[in-house]
Design a protein around this ligand. Structure first.
Ligand code: TYC
Length: 101
């Protein structure tokens, strides 16, 4: 039987990486009714009426608005579901995602 050999590892100084977060961004357009945008924000992103209205107005005035950040799969699923809600009613409403810096 060989003697047991103990290997000492160098002290680890790096912490495990936190998973990257992705922003969900609401894009303005000229056709989707304001009330419909508010309804989608409430339904898919669990916003209250006043927060949903404020986010919709920011996108309307500035062109886009960051809604929330999530892990990548959650962000992409929510953006897709919200965009599909608009498409199902014939509106060009768009939600996109991008990685946080
Ligand atoms: N600009 C649209 C209108 O005037 C309303 C709107 C707001 C649409 C925000 C999309 O992300 C949006 N009816």
């Amino acid at each position: 039987m060989p003697d047991t050999t103990f290997v000492t590892r160098p002290a680890t100084t790096t912490k495990p990486e936190r998973p990257k977060l992705y922003k969900v961004i609401l894009i303005n357009d000229d056709y989707t009714p304001r009330e419909f945008v508010v309804m989608v924000l409430k339904a898919e992103f669990k916003m209250g009426e006043s927060n949903a209205s404020a986010v919709m107005l920011t996108a309307h005035r500035k062109g886009s608005c960051v809604i929330a950040v999530f892990p990548r799969d959650v962000a992409e699923t929510k953006a897709e579901r919200a965009t599909d809600l608009g498409r199902s009613r014939g509106f060009p409403l768009q939600f996109t995602t991008e990685p946080e810096e």
